[in-house]
Every structure is written in C-alpha cells, then in structure tokens.
Design a protein around this ligand. Structure first.
Ligand code: NDP
Length: 287
C-alpha cells in the first residue's frame, strides 16, 4: 500500500483563494486593510524564512504586513515596549501581532506572549485565548493545530469517533491539537490519547491510532512498525538535513499508512494560512 497524500499546499491555496474574496469585502466595507505586525528578534535563519512566508501570504490575500525587528541582544523590556506600542497602535491600524518564536534564551517567551493584546493574538497563544479554546468558545485558534484540523476536514477525513493519538505535548502544537480534536462537534468528537517523552512503550500507543499526529522534533522518529496499517498520519516535524527537509516520520511509513502529510507541503503551508485566517478574524473583531 502507498499512502494517499494529504496535500497541505493545495488545501492552503484553496483557503487563500476564499480568503482573498473575504479580505476584498472587508476592505470595501470598512475602508481599512487587515494588517499583521511581524516581530522578529535576532537573526535565526529559519525564523527569517518563516516570517518571509507569512509576509508573502499576507500579500497573496490582499492584506498588509508591517515588519518589526530587534537585535538578538535586545532586552525583554525593549520587546515588551514594542508590543505595548503595537497593542495601542491608533494612527496606523495593526489588527494582528505575530511574535516569531523561538525568542533568545534571555527573554521569557511566556511573559512576552501574555503581553500581546488577546484581541490581536493571532497566534492564539495568550492565556485568554487558550482558555476560550479549552472551553470550546474560541476566539483565535493556534495556527498549526487549527491548520491540521482543517486539512483533515477538507481532505474528507472523518474525525468524529476515531481514535487520535497525538505524540508531543507542547503548548503550541501537541496540547492544543488534542484539545481541538476532542471538542464536541463535527470537526472534533475524537477519542484522544496524548503521548510524550515519558510515555513508556510509545509504539503500543501509536499502533492504536486511526489518526496519528506526530509533533516531537525528532527527525524520522516514527517508523512503519509504530503505525497501524491504513492509519492517517500527520507529520508536523520539520528538519533541515543534508538530504533535504524531513519530518518526524520516516518516509517508509508511506507504505503502511492510508493517508500521510508530506514534508514539505503538508502542515507548513496550512500553518501560515491559518495565521492569515486569524488576522482577518482579528480585523473583523476590532471593527
Ligand atoms: P517541542 O520541542 O516544544 O515539543 C516536543 C514534544 O515532543 C514534547 O512534548 C516532548 O515531550 C515530545 N517528545 C520529544 N521526544 C519524544 C520522544 N522520543 N517520544 C515521545 N515524545 C517525545 O516541539 P514543538 O511541538 O514546538 O514542535 C515539534 C516539531 O514540529 C518540530 O520539529 C517543529 O519544528 C515542528 N513544527 C512544525 C510546524 C509547522 O508548521 N510545520 C509548526 C510548529 C512546529 P516532553 O513534553 O516530555 O518533553
């Protein structure tokens, strides 16, 4: 068996086309262009690429972006005052604020993310927005899990009643992924198991998954013997290696899985697209 591809690039393109019309309507009705502020601290090459993709995404759907950069040795207070300024922004509208992670070690990322106004928190990381997601009344959903959920739904993958195993429990991917898929409703209603680095006999859990989401940050970690034949496999990992980009899932899993997300071209384009969706939602909320 060779797995069918869950084509994140294609689905992302479809959502961006819909978004372009919605953005044009918003501009016509409100006389304002939805605007995303990107904040980059330091010169991490991967972060530069991610920010560039987000800026390009804004252009594609007719939104604006404003780039703000601080040097790697900027203090936490410098960053907090920039965020305070963007929260207030009155003269030029800023509807969404994206602080690119990771931040340099001397900066407390949780403190910074909490400083972003919940109304402009298009990454969905502010405790207010996390709490709303937990309670099933979301404002903005975290982009990577939101993107994965939409990729599954739009690819015709049935979620309700399925056993989902999420490997990884980060605040940005694994934990919100589990929460989203266990929510009541047609895009959730899954039975969810969460595994992490302290889970003994991980493969005993992953082999039970009808939908397996892997977000651990370990290149090619999940091998065919860990996957139930026919399972839907979502590979969140991205690693630059000498042989190109690889995920957390070994390519041999293609022979066992029923569906799989490619790396690149799976989860990545969906993540950026959901940031655009959230930015338009933020612009609407602020009218
Ligand atoms: P983190 O490092 O924040 O979290 C990793 C999680 O995986 C932790 O919960 C950790 O467990 C768990 N883990 C690590 N090793 C193992 C193991 N051997 N067995 C079981 N669990 C393990 O990573 P992120 O969630 O931020 O990212 C995961 C991957 O996804 C990375 O490769 C990242 O680059 C990629 N990514 C891709 C995105 C995209 O758009 N495509 C977006 C965001 C991330 P514990 O909690 O016990 O330490």
């Amino acid at each position: 068996m060779t797995a069918k591809i869950l084509d994140g690039k294609l689905v992302a393109r479809q959502i961006r086309e819909e978004l372009r019309d919605d953005v044009a309507d918003f501009i016509q009705n409100n006389g304002e262009v939805p605007t995303l502020a990107t904040v980059l601290v330091g010169e991490d090459p991967a972060s530069e690429v991610y920010v560039r993709n987000k800026v390009r995404g804004c252009e594609q759907v007719g939104m604006q972006s404003r780039g703000f950069r601080l040097p790697a040795d900027a203090s936490q207070d410098d960053l907090l005052s920039l965020i305070a300024k963007l929260n207030r922004s009155k003269d030029e509208p800023i509807h969404g604020i994206l602080v690119q992670l990771p931040l340099p070690k001397h900066i407390d990322a949780a403190r910074v993310l909490q400083a972003v106004s919940p109304m402009k928190d298009v990454d969905g990381f502010h405790p207010d927005n996390v709490g709303r997601m937990v309670q099933g009344r979301p404002r903005y959903l975290p982009c990577t899990p939101f993107g994965i959920q939409q990729l599954l739904v739009r690819s015709g993958i049935e979620i309700p009643g399925r056993h989902v195993v999420v490997v990884g429990r980060s605040d940005t991917v694994g934990k919100p992924m589990a929460l989203l898929l266990m929510q009541r409703g047609a895009e959730g209603d899954a039975t969810v198991t969460v595994c992490h680095s302290k889970t003994p006999d991980l493969a005993a859990f992953t082999r039970q998954a009808e939908i397996l989401v892997v977000a651990i940050g370990q290149p090619r970690f999940v091998t065919p013997d860990m996957v139930r034949p026919g399972a839907v496999v979502v590979d969140v990992g991205i690693h630059r290696t000498e042989s190109g980009l690889v995920g957390d899932v070994d390519s041999a899993v293609n022979e066992v899985a029923g569906h799989i997300t490619p790396v690149p071209g799976g989860v990545g384009p969906m993540t950026v697209t959901m940031l655009l969706v959230n930015t338009l939602a933020a612009a609407r909320q602020q009218q």
